[in-house]
Design a protein around this ligand. Structure first.
Ligand SMILES: *Cc1c(COP(=O)(O)O)cnc(C)c1O
Length: 463
């Protein structure tokens, strides 16, 4: 058999060029797809040679669905992955260090620690006074924040669970905040009614007056304002809530202040964009995904917290897992939701050490510039810009959408069907309406790609 790694290297070598040559997205009948999978799955009974299976797999991966690697992928924050980060993910799989226990994988644990400490400094945390861990993604990081807040505010919760709480705990999030909170209130056992969705202004930013009013009312009703969430880079429109004011308000009510910066957090690596996140240093905890704007493969979120004691209370358990090797650092399983886990920090470490902070900053600034350029091109082509953010997420509409002649979703689909570019439709809340959204997520996206997108939009409007 051929060396399997040379097969992977060959695939990786032509991957980006192959993807750029094809359409950015392709819908395929599920029935047709299942038939192809069944052919491959025949190998369950009659094993097939690896080169054959790999060739078929690669072809199908490129043929079906949305290609985030494509320079004209302007969809949700699923970026083209940096090659060195993909390599890091492969190495993590090959070495497969066990990151539950420090002694088992001390070098891997220290690499993750160094990476997280660097980013803690960017947030404005003192790395010696804070704690951080890699998570599976932003959803887990947001859940971790709520559990740490519960551990700090309600010591009896640790022993008695929700039965031990005197007052129902409430979580406050803007309408534009992420839907993972709707799920995590169930996972945490708090239930749907614990989540207070606060109205936004015309820039899709949380309204402070509404939040203050809601928390006051909840307190009068005997409820406990537990967590105030500020979104720094909303998923739909890149809106950044007023973080400093939110943190003051949270403090006034004795609530935990969490910043969900799942994709927007990466703006902290740009001298130019970082000021837009002023106030984040005052957060009790922060969610920041490496697998979004930091462009590493999925399965790499991060959770940062200024209260190591609260995190330890939420997650530590006594387990007889000592190996007796060396001097032990802190075992990662004591400070996260996970137990056995992947070396999630290696892809980011490799990208940061080979690109440097400055290299990352330049990449982000370039994408922000392209966002500005796209705004100019859209305006010149008769589109209306409907969001305000320094981040490269561009929401826009058109007189034909506003008049009801065509729906934003239909237009996004027509552009995708043309194969020229991929954009999405999103719902904004103030005013409530569906608009188009194009987000710059690719490192190979160039100005020419923006022009092709705007032309594709023009053609779709005429049909
Ligand atoms: C993507 C996103 C999340 C969820 O993160 P996952 O990594 O998908 O779990 C949470 N909040 C915001 C603002 C996001 O954009």
């Amino acid at each position: 058999m051929d060396d399997p790694w040379s097969l992977v290297a060959a695939e990786a070598g032509c991957f980006a060029a192959e993807v750029a040559r094809g359409p950015v997205s392709r819908g395929i009948e599920t029935a047709a797809l299942r038939a192809r999978v069944e052919l491959l799955a025949a190998g369950f009974v009659e094993p097939r040679p690896l080169p054959e299976v790999l060739a078929e797999l690669g072809a199908m991966m490129r043929a079906a669905g949305v290609q985030a690697e494509h320079p004209r992928h302007f969809g949700f924050f699923n970026p083209a992955v940096l090659p060195e980060a993909a390599l890091g993910a492969a190495l993590a799989g090959i070495y497969n260090p066990q990151l539950a226990i420090h002694d088992y994988a001390p070098f891997a644990a220290e690499i993750e620690g160094a990476t997280l400490r660097l980013l803690m400094e960017r947030i404005g945390y003192d790395p010696d006074q804070a704690t951080a861990c890699f998570t599976t993604g932003g959803a887990e990081a947001n859940l971790s924040a709520v559990l740490a807040a519960l551990a700090r505010a309600c010591p009896r919760w640790l022993e008695e669970g929700l039965r031990g709480l005197d007052r129902p705990p409430m979580i406050y999030l803007s309408q534009a905040g992420h839907d993972s909170f709707a799920k995590l209130v169930r996972i945490a056992g708090l239930g749907r009614s614990a989540l207070r969705t606060i109205a936004v202004d015309r820039d899709q930013r949380l309204r402070l007056d509404r939040l203050a009013e809601r928390m006051r009312r909840d307190r009068e009703l005997g409820r406990l304002p537990l967590v105030v969430v500020g979104t720094a880079g909303s998923t739909a429109a890149g809106a950044i809530d007023p973080l400093t004011e939110l943190s003051d308000l949270a403090r006034e009510f004795g609530a935990w202040f969490h910043v969900d910066a799942a994709w927007g957090g990466t703006a902290l690596l740009s001298e130019r964009l970082a000021p837009a996140l002023d106030g984040i240093a005052a957060a009790d905890s922060v969610t920041w995904d490496a697998h979004k704007w930091l462009a590493v493969p999925m399965g790499a979120g991060m959770f940062f917290c200024r209260h190591p004691d609260a995190v330890a209370r939420a997650f530590s358990v006594r387990a007889g897992l000592a190996t007796g090797l060396g001097d032990r650092g802190v075992d990662p399983f004591l400070t996260t939701m996970q137990w056995s886990r992947r070396f999630a920090g290696l892809p980011l470490f490799l990208a940061l050490t080979t690109r440097g902070l400055a290299g990352y900053g330049a990449m982000i600034d370039r994408q922000a510039d392209l966002g500005e350029r796209l705004r100019e091109l859209l305006r010149a082509a008769g589109f209306e810009l409907v969001n305000a953010t320094p981040l490269p997420t561009v929401c826009f509409s058109h007189p034909a959408i506003e008049s009801g002649a065509i729906k934003a979703g239909a237009l996004a689909r027509a552009v995708a069907d043309s194969g020229a570019a991929f954009i999405t439709a999103v719902r904004l809340h103030e005013p409530e309406r569906e608009v188009l959204r194009a987000c710059i997520t690719g490192r190979s996206t160039a100005e020419e790609d923006l022009r092709i997108l705007v032309e594709a939009l023009g053609r779709a409007l005429m049909n």
